[in-house]
Design a protein around this ligand. Structure first.
Ligand SMILES: Cc1ncc(COP(=O)(O)O)c(C=O)c1O
Length: 313
């Protein structure tokens, strides 16, 4: 979905017009992918706009920066306020939020240490990532010919821009092959994750998801879905998953801030279960959307106010 090209962007402490939110082409990040970032969401609830687990996203942003020896010139509280200010300045009731920490303009050796650490926050309206019908009907996915990164190469726990070169290979291959998404295996051939989503399988009412050691991003939606599943009395197993389990599962679904909870209806043209959203996926999707949309009480303390007074009802 193309940007509307309007609104304000927070850059190093200032809100600037969208068109002026630019950086020099000599910036380190452009050449070497030296950025870490987040993707969070703000939802419209009956009590006003609410951020979903913003604290967890900001914490992961700083964790990612730490792995890459980046010290943002703002602390977690200041970046949280920057997110709130940016959403407020753009007057959005519900939006996607992209905080970014990147190596800026100074010199272009591979060593980034002398380059400034710059911070930006973009927000925009972004509906269902894989299309609105995907949430109900599910998507067609394939197993990618590209694997996720091996341990001790690109750290999967850090949400680094560089990791998304791998994601883009997975996504392009899938889309050009007529699928909505690709599912990557880890270097040992176990199921890892989608190009920008974690993955869950259901078999005999047990829920399976790959462990963090299977080259996955420790997703905040993944963590939330595990908690919501336990709330529903479902057992969740974080364990290595052989590829063929994808074809034998009763249900499979993606989770992520962008994709939320999206069923998968076929993998490599093999129908998943009955070929439509299954009962466990439906229950978890409902639990997730009821939670983020403020339909049920915030029993886990995951929703925080956007402090946008004119949005409060
Ligand atoms: C590679 C990858 N895995 C998993 C996820 C899901 O993470 P989260 O639920 O925190 O958005 C994302 C999205 O950020 C992602 O890009």
């Amino acid at each position: 979905m193309a940007f509307s090209g309007t609104g304000k962007v927070w850059m190093n402490g200032k809100l600037v017009e969208w068109a002026n939110a630019t950086i020099h082409v000599g910036s380190h990040v452009i050449h070497y992918g030296s950025a870490v970032f987040e993707g969070a969401r703000c939802y419209k609830t009956p009590k006003g706009s609410r951020f979903f687990r913003l604290d967890a996203h900001i914490r992961r942003l700083f964790d990612s920066a730490r792995v890459y020896r980046m010290e943002p010139p703002y602390d977690q509280g200041a970046v949280t306020r920057a997110v709130i200010d940016t959403v407020q300045a753009n007057g959005l009731e519900a939006c996607y939020i992209r905080p970014l920490v990147y190596r800026g303009y100074h010199e272009l050796g591979v060593n980034p240490l002398q380059c400034p650490v710059d911070v930006a926050v973009l927000v925009w309206e972004w509906g269902a990532y894989l299309g609105p019908e995907a949430l109900e009907l599910g998507v067609e996915a394939c197993v990618s010919s590209w694997a996720r990164s091996a341990p001790n190469t690109f750290p999967a726990m850090a949400k680094s821009a560089a990791n998304y070169a791998n994601s883009a290979l997975i996504k392009m291959e899938a889309v050009l092959g007529g699928y909505s998404e690709g599912i990557a295996l880890d270097p040992s051939g176990h199921v890892s994750e989608g190009s920008g989503q974690n993955i869950f399988l259901v078999r005999d009412e047990l829920l399976y998801t790959p462990p963090v050691s299977a080259s996955v991003l420790p997703g905040i939606t993944r963590d939330s879905v595990i908690t919501l599943a336990q709330d529903l009395g479902l057992q969740v197993r974080e364990q290595n998953i052989p590829r063929e389990m994808l074809y034998l599962a009763d249900e499979v679904f993606f989770t992520g801030t962008a994709a939320e909870v999206t069923p998968i209806r076929s993998i490599d043209k093999i129908q998943v279960g009955a070929g439509r959203r299954g009962p466990v996926t439906t229950a978890l999707q409902r639990a997730f959307f009821d939670y983020v949309n403020g339909v049920v009480p915030d029993r886990h303390g995951w929703l925080t106010e956007s402090r946008t007074p004119h949005l409060a009802v």
